[in-house]
Design a binder for this molecule. Structure first.
Ligand SMILES: NC(=O)c1ccc[n+]([C@@H]2O[C@H](COP(=O)([O-])OP(=O)(O)OC[C@H]3O[C@@H](n4cnc5c(N)ncnc54)[C@H](O)[C@@H]3O)[C@@H](O)[C@H]2O)c1
Ligand SMILES: O=P(O)(O)OC[C@H](O)CO
Length: 418
């Protein structure tokens, strides 16, 4: 008897349920429903559980409903009302999206993992996930940030891949979550370029994870600096639909969310991380009331530093045109410097004369800025490289944040290149 190919369906888990985590989970759940020949319909969304009190202004508030009484689990509220009442309010979520407070249970049997948490939390999450996922799973990181360690700077797609022994690509674009969730048209970029499998190696059909560990060939993972690391990649059993550019497009593309898939994972991930530093800088000058011309100057210098950073530190993999031509590059820079949280909080911090961390707490209701942390992390790396002077805007933003430079000094600081 011939075994039918592609008989198994992919199970998808979104790890993270914040503002963007929930918006992406919505997109993905809409697409698993529309493509239930390829995907299991139910999408698991891991929620970092917390207690939330339903506001009396909420349309779900009902004094006779126990869930309206006092603090309740966020997962219970999401699953009952099909709305993330804390991080993505007033957006109906598909009923096939299931909020799950257990990290381990949410990833069980999932062949597709979408990582979407503020970057400061991902390492600990990966530590918790080790040994709990399918060894042949594939991932996409929607995280905007970089992983800075003693040895240097890595992309989170690489860090996730190395920690979990899987291949992980990257999704990033001009995508303010609230606009995407309202289904207002935009574009995004996915970077995905797994190592080629050896065509002579045996490929399993229907192998269990434990069989896969024993029988399957393994592959070295080449990271963005061109080094081979010891990660062994497991091929996907061939009764699953292949995970390739076409599959990612099927999973993420919506009429309101246009997807371009490219091979440049590093360029996509770096654009999303570095533009957050620039958005903080743009917010600072806007907070002084310096107007659009000043903001455009910050964006111009910042784009140059993004390209330079990619070329200098990820030259083997990041392509300049990803920064200048893709949604994950210049388009994300523009939207972030117009209405992003980093921009808005930096602007308010100057207007109110208050530290940006205070504004973040006051204004974001638990959402997290990425630009402040990334500015410090990138500065630590640049200092170690002796390269601060080559990145005057990144350095200026960091110094303003640490209180050793005034926003008014930014123009001369950038001009003199330190
Ligand atoms: N919000 C956007 O518009 C947007 C758009 C594109 C990309 N991004 C990127 O997506 C990533 C996720 O951002 P987001 O907007 O979904 O998050 P968010 O800013 O809404 O952060 C809140 C989330 O962090 C979680 N959290 C808090 N403490 C935690 C902990 N100790 N451990 C684990 N999780 C914890 C909360 O449960 C919640 O899910 C970020 O890297 C961000 O830059 C955001
Ligand atoms: O709100 P921000 O500043 O975290 O930016 C949001 C997105 O990254 C914009 O694409």
């Amino acid at each position: 008897m011939l075994l039918s190919t592609n008989s198994r369906k992919h199970k998808v888990t979104v790890i993270g349920s914040g503002n963007w985590g929930t918006a992406v989970a919505k997109i993905v759940a809409e697409n698993t429903l529309a493509n239930n020949d390829i995907f299991q319909e139910t999408v698991e969304m891991w929620v970092f559980e917390e207690k939330v009190e339903l506001s009396k202004d909420s349309k779900h508030y009902d004094p006779s409903d126990p869930l309206s009484q006092g603090s309740q689990n966020l997962t219970d509220l999401i699953n009952k009302y099909h709305e993330n009442v804390k991080y993505l309010t007033d957006i109906p979520l598909p009923k096939n999206l299931h909020a799950n407070p257990s990290l381990e249970d949410s990833v069980k049997d999932s062949s597709i993992l979408i990582f979407n948490v503020p970057h400061q939390f991902i390492i600990r999450i990966c530590d918790q996930l080790q040994g709990k996922i399918l060894p042949y799973a594939r991932g996409i990181s929607c995280i905007k940030g970089v992983d800075v360690e003693e040895e240097g700077v890595s992309l989170f797609s690489e860090t996730i891949g190395k920690k979990l022994g899987i291949y992980c690509g990257s999704l990033s674009g001009a995508n303010i979550a609230n606009e995407v969730a309202k289904e207002l048209w935009c574009e995004t970029t996915i970077g995905y370029d797994p190592p080629h499998l050896d065509s002579k190696a045996p490929t399993p059909v229907g192998g269990s994870p434990s069989q896969s560990q024993v029988d399957l060939p393994s592959f070295e993972h080449k990271d963005s600096s061109g080094h081979f690391s010891k990660v062994k990649l497991r091929p996907l059993p061939n009764d699953f639909p292949p995970i390739d550019h076409g599959l990612w497009k099927t999973l993420f593309h919506r009429p309101y969310f246009h997807v371009r898939v490219v091979n440049d994972v590093a360029g996509v991930a770096l654009g999303g991380a570095l533009k957050n530093i620039i958005a903080v800088g743009a917010g600072f000058v806007d907070g002084l009331g310096w107007g659009d011309n000043a903001k455009a100057a910050v964006m111009r210098v910042g784009l140059g530093e993004m390209v330079k950073f990619g070329t200098q530190f990820f030259g083997n993999s990041a392509e300049t045109k990803t920064f200048t031509e893709e949604s994950s590059g210049v388009a994300d820079l523009i939207t972030s410097c117009s209405g992003g949280r980093n921009f808005r909080c930096a602007k308010l911090s100057v207007q109110r004369g208050a530290p940006i961390e205070e504004i973040e707490k006051q204004e974001l209701n638990g959402q997290k800025l990425q630009g402040t942390l990334t500015a410090a992390e990138v500065n630590k790396f640049l200092k170690k490289q002796g390269a601060e002077k080559d990145y005057p805007l990144f350095t200026a933003v960091y110094r303003i944040l640490e209180g050793t430079l005034k926003v008014e000094q930014m123009p001369s600081f950038i001009e003199s290149k330190l």
